[in-house]
Design a protein around this ligand. Structure first.
Ligand SMILES: NC(=O)c1ccc[n+]([C@@H]2O[C@H](COP(=O)([O-])OP(=O)(O)OC[C@H]3O[C@@H](n4cnc5c(N)ncnc54)[C@H](OP(=O)(O)O)[C@@H]3O)[C@@H](O)[C@H]2O)c1
Length: 280
């Protein structure tokens, strides 16, 4: 293992931050691989973000994750923004370089794609139309990464059509922004369905979507992970569709961060999944 004589440090900056599962996840890897280090929750107010990011290098941090409300503001603070983060308009991970300069990445799309590949290793984005519901922050990562993986048609539905249209204009390519009321019928020949809305999350009503016309061969995924099995996934599973829940996206986005911060390849193990599941 590299860096045997160093205490490795990273964290997550948010406001609030104590709800974040990231410390449980990253500290599992320090313990699992027997590496001396710690991943800390860092409660940083928006007005303190620039100073906090500049303090990473002198404090000996390898970098930090960013969560609400810092992902967009950080674009104007770091020294360089990776091309994916630039296109997504948000930074999820900051890396301190040897000269103390800061580079921002966005690993959310990587997390989404690799959570699917872990469950369905032969999955491909280009086997048929993909229906994506929602056009918020989570949808940006989903739509961007599906297009990058070669999806040929992405049917994007959002309650507020203008937001879906804005995403289509920005990303272009295979995205079609379609009226909300057409979402049920659009499932008829879909190869994949993704919920990126907050509907189905604990405290919210289930997603209002009839699966009647969805082929049972279609893969159904939800990026909501509290609860792990949303009403959408439960219904899909009952009618015979394969499903992937939202927890894998959270776990897998952390892997490229470890590679960039510590040059260590980490795995998403069943034990790690159970550990984080127990906190939900
Ligand atoms: N697994 C992961 O790693 C991961 C990553 C990111 C997000 N998430 C989860 O994804 C969910 C969405 O997060 P986000 O950051 O994308 O939120 P967001 O930016 O606030 O977007 C919310 C989305 O939900 C839609 N929506 C809200 N109320 C609705 C309703 N009553 N009917 C239909 N659509 C409705 C919104 O549509 P309008 O535009 O019409 O308001 C919008 O498309 C959350 O549960 C979050 O925890 C998970």
């Amino acid at each position: 293992m590299s860096h045997p004589d160093r205490f490795l440090l990273a964290g997550v900056m948010g406001w609030p931050v104590m709800h974040s599962r990231s410390p449980v996840l990253h500290n599992y890897w320090f313990e699992h691989y027997g590496i001396a280090g710690r991943y800390l929750p860092l409660a940083i107010k928006p007005e303190g973000l620039a100073a906090a990011l500049r303090a990473l290098a002198p404090l000996g941090f390898a970098g930090t994750n960013l969560t609400i409300p810092h992902k967009e503001q950080a674009l104007g603070i770091v020294d360089e923004v990776d091309a994916t983060a630039k296109r997504m308009g948000a930074i999820s991970c900051v890396v301190v370089r040897p000269d103390a300069s800061l580079i921002g990445y966005n690993n959310d799309g990587y997390g989404f794609i690799h959570s699917i590949l872990q469950e369905v290793p032969d999955w491909r984005a280009d086997t048929g139309p993909v229906v994506v519901i929602g056009a918020g922050g989570g949808a940006r990562a989903v739509v961007y990464s599906l297009a990058e993986r070669g999806a040929r048609e992405i049917r994007l539905f959002n309650r507020t059509l203008a937001r879906a249209e804005a995403l289509r204009k920005e990303f272009g390519g295979p995205i079609k922004a379609l009226p909300w009321e057409d979402r049920h019928a659009a499932l008829a020949d879909a190869a994949m369905l993704v919920n990126t809305t907050s509907q189905g999350m604990v405290g919210y009503p289930p997603l209002d979507l009839s699966l009647d016309r969805l082929p049972t061969s279609a893969l159904v995924t939800d990026i909501v992970y509290i609860p792990l099995e949303t009403a959408l996934l439960a219904e899909a599973r009952k009618r015979g569709n394969r499903t992937v829940d939202g927890l894998g996206m959270l776990l897998h986005q952390a892997r490229p961060a470890w590679k960039a911060w510590f040059d260590i390849d980490v795995d998403v193990t069943p034990e790690l999944r159970r550990l984080v599941e127990a906190t939900l």
